[in-house]
Design a protein. Structure first.
Length: 261
């Protein structure tokens, strides 16, 4: 009899422990679900506030869709929130101006002057530049435009341009180089000490897709020429090409460079 009582008590204890575990597992799952839903709702509310505070959409109808994690503007334009970016599917080129206004509203939220990002957005959409932060992926019948939702993007600055033969300091940032119809953007330089290799890299675009050879030259701190290399541009796509011009046997003395025809 005593053994039966002990057995019953043991079974009750086991049932209690199992019930306890199940209860808190379900409760935790509920809390997690509520937390995720709350976070997504907060992000949607933040995006709605960004849009309504801009001069573009202050009178627009903004509808939140928590299930698809998006906001629809005026029952036509969808803006999704995904992995730290705002994402827009553009199926009609006539809608590009409106979506670039969404991008500009986002940049205004980071303190950028209204209208400053419009040109960067449009040049990104036509494939001529890629500054970072504002990006586009090209598909057969549509484009996917994304803009960083967590920090300001790098912007194309038409006032910070160089031309052929100008000497450019290697540490300069956020500029472009215009030579005839050719546009160099996202320019960067780097020196690899192990192999003594100095590189000049960037994007190059020409909407006429004309093949052309450019001459790259490096200079020392006193602006004396060190070396030169040629690069031939070839492109049959609808966007920029990425390039790098490498200078071997450079002792790391390059401080300036230039590009000429």
């Amino acid at each position: 009899m005593k053994k039966n009582i002990i057995l019953i008590i043991a079974i009750l204890i086991i049932i209690f422990i199992i019930g306890f575990i199940i209860y808190f597992s379900i409760d935790k799952s509920k809390d997690s679900s509520i937390e995720v839903e709350s976070t997504e709702k907060t992000k949607l509310d933040a995006l709605k506030e960004i849009l309504s505070n801009s001069n573009y959409f202050e009178t627009s109808k903004l509808v939140s869709d928590t299930e698809n994690n998006k906001i629809t503007i005026d029952e036509k334009y969808d803006v999704y929130i995904k992995n730290g970016y705002y994402m827009m599917n553009i199926k009609d080129e006539k809608d590009e101006d409106t979506y670039c206004e969404v991008v500009d509203a986002v940049e205004q939220n980071f303190g950028i002057e209204a209208g400053k990002s419009i040109e960067t957005c449009k040049k990104t959409l036509d494939g001529s530049i890629n500054m970072g932060g504002i990006n586009v992926e090209f598909y057969d019948n549509y484009k996917v435009l994304t803009v960083n939702s967590e920090e300001a993007s790098s912007l194309y600055n038409i006032n910070n341009s160089h031309t052929a033969d100008e000497l450019i300091f290697i540490d300069e940032i956020n500029y472009d180089i215009k030579i005839d119809d050719y546009l160099f953007t996202s320019m960067s330089t780097g020196y690899t000490k192990d192999v003594k290799l100095f590189s000049i890299c960037g994007h190059l675009y020409d909407d006429k897709y004309k093949e052309k050879t450019f001459i790259f030259k490096t200079y020392d701190v006193d602006k004396n020429e060190i070396a030169e290399k040629s690069y031939t541009y070839q492109n049959d796509t609808d966007k920029y090409v990425t390039f790098c011009v490498d200078f071997e046997n450079d002792a790391g003395t390059a401080k300036y460079y230039s590009i000429s025809e």
